[in-house]
Design a protein around this ligand. Structure first.
Ligand code: GLP
Length: 244
């Protein structure tokens, strides 16, 4: 779906999330959301905060799982996704702290495999993801599933692509300070979500959106795997869609 601009697109996505949360509330069920970081979803989170404050949308029945976290990363570091989510969403809504899950960037190396399996199990134990939000990196990564990721991959420790580290360098004051690794949900984890929404705004994303939507399905551009799913929607502004 292509919208005139990202603000209109953002409102549509936030409304979809709010409707899901309310529908679940009406049935006394939890809404299980897979959340993304990066600049792309910030305005969606802003709109959800507005709906909470002005229209009484409650997040008490919401359980969240974030896609990824840098590794290593302390939760209170400026660039951590824990901090990002607190500042851009969680600190402003009534979500229960125990319902928030973000991959742990402080683990010892030998704890990571078990932790990742447990992360997957936890998603399963609450009924699976109702909705997964995605951005897209210029390498075609979703979450931090870089080129080379397998379509059935699970949550795991990955090595970041050089372009991804370059794109993150501003946040870290230089590429050399960007961690070389991350913990991310896998492509297989993302695929299990009942609905997937990938958002992209601006001309900068137009070439990778063209590859993701129209390119050959290949591990070289992990987002092309989304072509294989019936539950995926790309929500774009005109600029991101300009090469389609
Ligand atoms: C990071 C995140 C991804 C995100 C990507 C794009 O790499 N791990 O989940 O999609 O950035 O970021 P932005 O939305 O800032 O373009």
């Amino acid at each position: 779906k292509v919208y005139e601009d990202e603000h209109i697109a953002t409102k549509k996505v936030a409304k979809r999330i709010a409707d899901l949360i309310r529908r679940k509330q009406d049935n006394n069920e939890n809404a299980v959301l897979g959340l993304a970081t990066g600049a792309t979803p910030i305005e969606v989170y802003g709109e959800l905060i507005r709906l909470h404050k002005e229209e009484g949308l409650s997040f008490k029945n919401v359980i969240t799982f974030n896609l990824d976290e840098y590794y290593p990363m302390l939760p209170d570091a400026k660039q951590s996704y824990v901090k990002f989510m607190d500042e851009n969403l969680f600190n402003h809504i009534d979500i229960k702290r125990e319902n928030i899950h973000i991959p742990d960037g402080t683990l010892n190396k030998d704890e990571i495999t078990d932790y990742c399996l447990a992360y997957e199990e936890k998603i399963g134990s609450v009924g699976g993801l109702d909705l997964q939000l995605l951005g897209i990196g210029r390498t075609g990564h979703i979450g931090f599933n870089e080129p080379g990721s397998a379509p059935n991959s699970g949550t795991r420790l990955v090595t970041l692509d050089d372009l991804t580290r370059r794109d993150a360098s501003r946040d870290f004051g230089g590429k050399e300070n960007v961690p070389t690794k991350a913990i991310t949900m896998g492509i297989g984890t993302i695929f299990k979500a009942r609905e997937i929404i990938l958002m992209a705004w601006s001309k900068k994303k137009a070439p990778i959106i063209k590859k993701a939507v129209e390119g050959e399905i290949s591990g070289n551009v992990p987002a092309t795997y989304l072509q294989l799913s019936d539950n995926v929607e790309f929500i774009l502004d005109k600029d991101a869609a300009s090469e389609l």
